[in-house]
Design a protein around this ligand. Structure first.
Ligand code: NAP
Length: 284
């Protein structure tokens, strides 16, 4: 029977470690501080921002929320970011995406200084990630790798297939798996004969945004599956990009949805914020 990879428990452990390190920061001067900017009234974004504030509170991180009306101009957002960049008591800055159409996401992401870019979306952090240098790793990809590590999956020399090449999930996951010495294939909508590719894999990470996309016939027996997808049906029930029930008897380990990758994202944000603060306070 396959092992369930318990993202809730692993995320709780990551948050606990972040809390301990946040307490060390507080003892050395001040608690870590995360500034979150939300422009507009998108309900899903509002829930994410609320959950980030809750996680901050639980970890001893000071949370600063900037809720701006939907008609805020790009210039006003950039001015706020400039103020937060210059504020010595702020360690991490993130702007909740998506932004209203009149604000360019790249302009906003590029305006955050790399040292405070705890989402890991700034081109400097993206570049450092691909160079294998120390940087802020985007939270969901960092969570995927932590789940594999905590489950004891040996990636060295193994074949890993990532389905989906987005900048926020697929590409950074592929880069991180490569850094762990896996042999990585990055697949996308133009990949020919995808099932033949995925059946070669020891580890499959699926991030396509299509419910139950990864079916049992697409993986070889004993593979490990990490499901990044999140889909909510009319009744509020969550499911992922993998056909969990059909895959369970085939794989050696798999993440459920909910309770797999999902809880890891905010936990890794806490880890990144504490890392930013420790660098800021020169705690090493
Ligand atoms: P995205 O930007 O829409 O990218 C989807 C990727 O899947 C694209 O690279 C696309 O290929 C590929 N794809 C689409 N159809 C395909 C097919 N038939 N065969 C192979 N590849 C195909 O999505 P994303 O932002 O990476 O998110 C993916 C999923 O993860 C979504 O369900 C999202 O909700 C979820 N997510 C979860 C978290 C979390 O915290 N757990 C965080 C972020 C995202 P092309 O590039 O060729 O178009």
């Amino acid at each position: 029977m396959a092992a369930l990879i318990d993202g809730k428990a692993i995320a709780a452990k990551v948050r606990e470690q972040a809390k301990e390190k946040a307490a060390q920061c507080a003892a050395a001067g001040r608690a870590p501080a995360l500034a979150v900017i939300l422009v507009g009234e998108d309900p899903a974004s509002a829930v994410y921002v609320k959950n980030k504030a809750k996680a901050c509170e639980a970890c001893g991180v000071r949370s600063l929320e900037y809720r701006l009306p939907a008609d805020t101009t790009e210039r006003q957002v950039l001015e706020l970011i400039a103020d937060l960049n210059a504020d010595d008591t702020v360690d991490g800055i993130l702007c909740q995406l998506p932004l209203p159409g009149h604000i360019r996401e790249t302009a906003v992401v590029n305006a955050i200084v790399p040292e405070k870019d705890v989402d890991g979306f700034h081109p400097v952090n993206v570049g450092r990630l691909h160079l294998g240098e120390d940087c802020f790793v985007p939270c969901t990809p960092a969570g995927v790798i932590r789940l594999l590590e905590e489950t004891g999956v040996d990636l060295c020399g193994k074949r890993a297939v990532v389905i989906g090449r987005s900048n926020i999930v697929g590409k950074p996951v592929a880069s991180l798996l490569t850094a762990k010495n896996a042999t990585v294939t990055l697949c996308h909508s133009r990949t020919e004969n995808l099932p033949a590719v995925t059946r070669e894999a020891d580890v499959v990470v699926v991030a396509v945004g299509k419910k139950h996309f990864l079916t049992a016939d697409m993986v070889r027996p004993g593979a490990v599956v990490i499901d990044v997808g999140i889909h909510r049906d009319e009744t509020g029930k969550l499911s992922g990009d993998a056909d969990f029930d059909a895959l369970l008897p085939v794989v050696s380990a798999i993440t459920p949805v909910p309770g797999g990758v999902g809880p890891m994202t905010i936990a890794m944000l806490m880890e990144n914020t504490v890392k930013a603060c420790r660098a800021h306070l020169r705690l090493g």
